[in-house]
Ligand binder design. Structure first.
Ligand code: RB5
Length: 137
């Protein structure tokens, strides 16, 4: 959303330089807007199989994670450090990374993005637990 706009540009630049294909589903400026709309659009892209992973950025990351986790099959992780990022992929198979632009600086944000993208789901007992999230809710 508007609070995440500047950090989005930095993250997109980083991803572009590192060879990722990017779909920008976010707002086009830092004019005030409503974060659930962008969470919705990114979740739709993932649920339709048009993107494997997504990154949502708002001021705290909280509104984005609350919104995204309402969608079936979406596992959005709000991460404030590299350990959160690594473990959200390894144990929770997170398919959306949420960042709070007013909580972390851009250098840490890029380090979190790198840790997230470089980590893989470990499966096994973690797959059973991830499946239970959907089964029990
Ligand atoms: C916008 O001011 C702010 O509320 C939003 O970016 C986000 O932090 C909500 O969770």
């Amino acid at each position: 959303d508007h609070a995440g706009y500047d950090l989005k540009l930095i993250v997109m630049d980083y991803l572009g330089v590192n060879g990722f294909d990017i779909v920008d589903a976010g707002c086009k400026s830092s004019t005030s807007c409503d974060y659930p709309r962008f969470a919705h659009d990114v979740c739709e892209l993932i649920m339709k199989g048009e993107a494997p992973l997504g990154i949502l950025i708002c001021g705290t990351g909280i509104g984005m994670s609350m919104s995204a986790n309402r969608y079936k099959g979406i596992r959005a992780a709000l991460c404030a450090n590299e350990y959160h990022a690594k473990m959200s992929r390894a144990h929770n198979d997170a398919n959306i990374l949420c960042l709070g632009s007013r909580v972390i600086g851009s250098e840490l944000a890029l380090s979190i993005v790198a840790a997230w993208l470089n980590s893989n789901f470990e499966g096994d007992r973690h797959l059973r637990r991830v499946n239970l999230i959907d089964e029990l809710s």
